[in-house]
Design a protein around this ligand. Structure first.
Ligand code: CP3
Length: 345
């Protein structure tokens, strides 16, 4: 497979090749901070949006058309794999994701299916529609959740502040946890290969809640599975981005899984992280998304500060340390993209 976007700013930076400026995209760039998103969202449920290729494509294209970012990201969710495995998933406004049949014991784990790519064909269809719309102008990023983060939703039955039940399973029933993580990892590998086959130009693995884990637990229950997933991808020149909250602590370990890019949260000095990594691993990040609430002169100043810190390095992708918040002013997000594209000095 040849990456048709190999000459794009984004793929070049992801592969640590020189670029005239760093590319920019933002996690959760298609979402509730856009009134155009609400126009669609008011008519369909979130899962309907994900599962209807034309709608998923419409939403994917919003930040391409309205923000002018350098890469599109598939509109979907990390929990669609868990749903395909048998999780009864719903999304409720103000509550977030819920699984009404949480996975808590051996019987629950054994009942989860792993041959589920057929049920995820709607994602392949969406990717094909999006690639037609993009028409070769920009790369498309596919994604999946990392096993630990997906496990946490299945075990808790939804979002959690402290991951109490999930961590209790890791600590008291490590074998059961490994059985669950192995199943999720198997599905995730097949799912990312389905996306690559359907035509994405890069993939990102989201381990949003890794920062809840101690070093040894991260190694045993998260890192190990991410390594297996990356090793199992039929990816040739399709770059892999590894994201976690907590990457400022785990970056050197994350590098051992051999991603092309590590996406870094805002706690760390990005240049220090970059220099701690083996040559050839790019970094993505790491503006505090809260900067985008601030005055425009502050937004510009912080962007320039990050750029000046990183400008001698190949392999730098501008992004936030985590996703865009739903109440961020659209104009501020757009301003940040414009500064990165036109005013770096
Ligand atoms: O980045 C993008 O624009 C692509 C689309 C995308 C979504 N979710 C859309 C979405 C991506 C990459 C995700 C990943 C995702 N989903 C993660 C990892 C990234 C991260 O933010 O840490 C996680 C943990 C989830 C699980 C999830 N999905 C949660 C916790 C929620 C509720 C969030 C909330 O603030 O209510 C979702 C729902 C979700 N996923 C929305 C969107 C646009 C909001 C749905 C709505 O409109 O109500």
């Amino acid at each position: 497979m040849i990456n048709k976007q190999k000459d794009s700013l984004f793929i070049k930076a992801a592969l640590s090749q020189p670029t005239e400026r760093p590319p920019v995209w933002m996690m959760r760039q298609a979402g509730r901070f856009m009134k155009e998103y609400w126009n669609i969202k008011n008519r369909y449920s979130f899962l309907e949006m994900c599962k209807t290729p034309e709608i998923a494509a419409d939403v994917t294209m919003l930040p391409v058309d309205l923000l002018g970012i350098d890469a599109a990201i598939l509109f979907s969710d990390i929990l669609v794999t868990a749903e395909a495995m048998g999780g009864k998933l719903s999304f409720t406004q103000g509550v977030g994701p819920r699984f009404s049949n949480p996975v808590r014991n051996l019987r629950d784990v054994e009942s989860l299916e792993t041959a589920v790519t057929d049920k995820l064909q709607y994602v392949a269809e969406a990717i094909k529609v999006i690639q037609q719309r993009l028409d070769g102008k920009l790369p498309l990023i596919g994604f999946a959740g990392a096993p630990f983060t997906v496990m946490s939703y299945l075990v808790e039955g939804g979002s959690s502040k402290d991951f109490k039940l999930t961590k209790l399973m890791l600590h008291n029933e490590p074998q059961l946890a490994h059985q669950l993580l192995s199943k999720i990892a198997e599905v995730t590998t097949a799912y990312l290969n389905l996306q690559i086959e359907a035509g994405v130009n890069a993939v990102q693995i989201f381990d949003s809640w890794a920062m809840a884990l101690a070093w040894d637990d991260y190694k045993e229950f998260s890192h190990q599975y991410i390594s297996k997933i990356i090793a199992g991808l039929n990816r040739q020149d399709i770059p892999v981005i590894s994201f976690c909250k907590g990457s400022s602590v785990f970056a050197t370990l994350m590098a051992e899984a051999k991603p092309d890019v590590i996406s870094v949260d805002w706690n760390a000095d990005l240049l220090t992280v970059k220099k701690s990594l083996p040559a050839g691993i790019a970094v993505q990040g790491n503006l505090d998304p809260h900067i985008l609430y601030a005055d425009k002169k502050v937004i510009k100043e912080r962007i320039l500060r990050l750029y000046r810190n990183m400008k001698e390095e190949n392999g730098f992708i501008f992004n936030l340390g985590h996703g865009i918040m739903p109440d961020l002013p659209f104009g501020n997000v757009k301003y940040a993209v414009d500064v990165i594209k036109n005013e770096l000095e």
